[in-house]
Each structure stands twice: as C-alpha cells, then as structure tokens.
Design a protein around this ligand. Structure first.
Ligand code: ZN
Length: 163
C-alpha cells in the first residue's frame, strides 16, 4: 500500500457564510485567518486558520447546487471532512480504489493552497468524508501525471484549474 499517512492536514468545517464564521473562529481560536481562497473547481471559498501543527479550513459554498451547498442544506453547518496528509494522493487513490474503496476522485485535483487532493466516498468510510492531501510535487518517477507537474514556488494561475 502506498497509503503512508504523515498526519492530519486539516479539518474542514462547512459554514453558510465566511463573513460570519471567520470572526467567530478568530475569537474561538485566538488566531487570525491566514487567508481566504476561492476554489472554483469545487464551488467553494475557503478560509484557513493555523495553530501549532494544526489547520482548520472553513468552507463556504459559492454556488447553490454544489455538493457543499447540498451538504449544508441536508445536514446543516458543521464538520464536513477530515483531510489526511500523505506524500502522494494520486498513488493512494489508485491503491485504495484497487482495494475496493469507493473514491470520489480517481485522479487528484488542485485544492486550496495548491495541494493535490482527492476525496474518498463517505459510503466507504462509515459516513465520514475523507480527503487525501499531498503537496504538489515534481512528477514522481514512473508516474506521469500532468495535472500535478508544477514546480514548487511557481504560483498557480487561475487558468490552471483542472476540469
Ligand atoms: Zn479540505
């Protein structure tokens, strides 16, 4: 198995409004929001908070019909996903799919902060939405993967959104 976890990358919390949730979390956590980013691909706007080794991601839907908007409609605001850090999200998605785990993404896509991300289906994880996260990397040897072939330090451009 290529699934070698290195930690929890972040915990994602679904909120209706960043304008309301960001000040609330700044008060609770005692740290300032470290940045707001729109991930058009996923129909979300995200805000990150960092403290120690940990990170919390608030997610606000920017479209009325995206999966996040549907999640909030059905289940309300609250914990949405757990993101696990590992060296190669693409390899892990391949291995887990081969092992019979239902994956939402067959290939990693670009998430907030330029990370390569892929989701597992909650059906396979007893109700929890699990995100696999890896730092974008130079192509791993023997695994051509055009979407993640970005050199570190290079700023992603909006036109680089996969799909
Ligand atoms: Zn996330």
């Amino acid at each position: 198995m290529a699934v070698k976890l290195t930690g929890i990358e972040h915990i994602g919390i679904a909120v209706r409004s960043l304008a309301e949730a960001v000040p609330a979390y700044e008060k609770i956590l005692g740290v300032a929001c470290s940045g707001i980013e729109e991930v058009a691909d996923q129909g979300v706007r995200t805000a990150f908070f960092r403290f120690g080794q940990a990170k919390i991601e608030l997610l606000e839907p920017i479209t009325a019909e995206g999966p996040l908007a549907r999640f909030i409609e059905k289940r309300g605001e609250g914990i949405h996903h757990i993101a696990l850090a590992l060296p190669d999200a693409g390899a892990a998605l391949d291995d887990l799919a081969a092992a019979g785990v239902q994956v939402i993404d067959r290939e990693p896509r670009r998430g907030a902060e330029g990370l390569a991300i892929g989701f597992l289906h909650p059906r396979s994880a007893h109700g929890a939405l699990i995100e696999l996260c890896s730092k974008p990397k130079k192509k791993p040897p023997g695994r051509p993967r055009a979407a993640t072939a970005r050199r570190s330090g290079e700023a992603p451009t909006p036109s680089e959104q996969p799909r």
